[in-house]
Design a protein around this ligand. Sequence first.
Ligand SMILES: C[S@@+](CC[C@H](N)C(=O)[O-])C[C@H]1O[C@@H](n2cnc3c(N)ncnc32)[C@H](O)[C@@H]1O
Length: 275
Amino acid sequence: MSSLAVTAQVTDDQMRRYAKMIYDVAGIEISLAKKQLLSNRIRRRLKESGIADFEQYYNFLKKLPISHAEWDGFLQEVTTHETYLFRDDSNWKWLRGTFLPEFQKNGKSSLRVWSAACSTGDEAYSIATCIADGVRNLSATRIQIVGTDIGVGAVQEANDAKFNERAMRLVPDDLKRRYFSQMGGASIWEPNAKLRAMTKFRQHNLLDRLAESPFDLVFLKNVLIYFNTDSKKRVMRNVEQVMKPGSYLVAGAAEGISDLMDGFERIHPWLYLRK
Ligand SMILES: C[S@@+](CC[C@H](N)C(=O)[O-])C[C@H]1O[C@@H](n2cnc3c(N)ncnc32)[C@H](O)[C@@H]1O
C-alpha cells in the first residue's frame, strides 16, 4: 500500500513525463501548471493499485498496452466524462427539425451515425430517441448509431445503458415516457429495445482511424477542447475520412476546430457540412 504523504506532488520532471505520456496516448494536453491536480488524481490510482510512488507508477504504466485495465483507470482520472442526454438544445432542435425531416424527404433507406467520444452513451441514446421519434418508417430503415470512447469502463456503462435522473433531466417528457422506462420504480431509467437495437458501443481512440464504413452524421463534442492543434488535426483527418460527402458534423461550440475545417462548409459555429 502507498505510504505517500497527502501533500506529496510529482516533481517537475515527472510532471513533464506524465504529460507527454498522456499526450502521446490520448492526444490530451495537460498543463504543466496542474501538478497538484495530476498528483491527486494519480494518488488515487496508487491507492487502488498498491504501487508505492509516482515514479514506479509511471514506469508501470509506460510498459502496459493501452487496452490494459490500469490505463482505463488512469485515463478515467485524467479525463472529463461529464455528459447527459439532450445536452445542447440547439443540436437536438436541428436534428429533429431539419436533419431528420430532410432525411425523410430524400427517401433514404439507411442512416449511419457516429457518436465519437461518447462517454457513457448519453449522446448516442439522445440521437436514437430523436431518430425513433422522427423517422416514420423505422422498421424499413437501416439505422446504426456507433458510440465510441477511449475508456473501456465508459463503453461498458454505455452498453449497460442505465441513466439517473440527473442524466435524464433534459429529455423532453413525451420522449421520456415513450422511449424509456424506470427500473423497478427506482430513479434509474433504461432505453427501450428500439433504441438499444440502433446503438452499439466500442472502445476507440480518436487518434486512430475508425474501421467503420462512412457515416451520414457525426457528433464530436466536448473532447477536443483538451487537445492541442496537432492532435486536433490528427483527429479531424480521421473523422473526415469516415464521413460521406454531404454528411454533417455536430461539434461542440468550444471545440476549437474552425481553422481545421477545409473539407467542410460551416453552417453554424457547431455544425459543419462535409463537402
Ligand atoms: C466530456 S466527455 C464528452 C461526452 C459527450 N461527447 C458529450 O458531449 O456529452 C469526453 C469524453 O472523451 C473521451 N476521450 C478523451 N480522449 C479521447 C480519445 N483520445 N479518444 C476517444 N475518446 C476520448 C473521454 O474518455 C470522455 O468520455
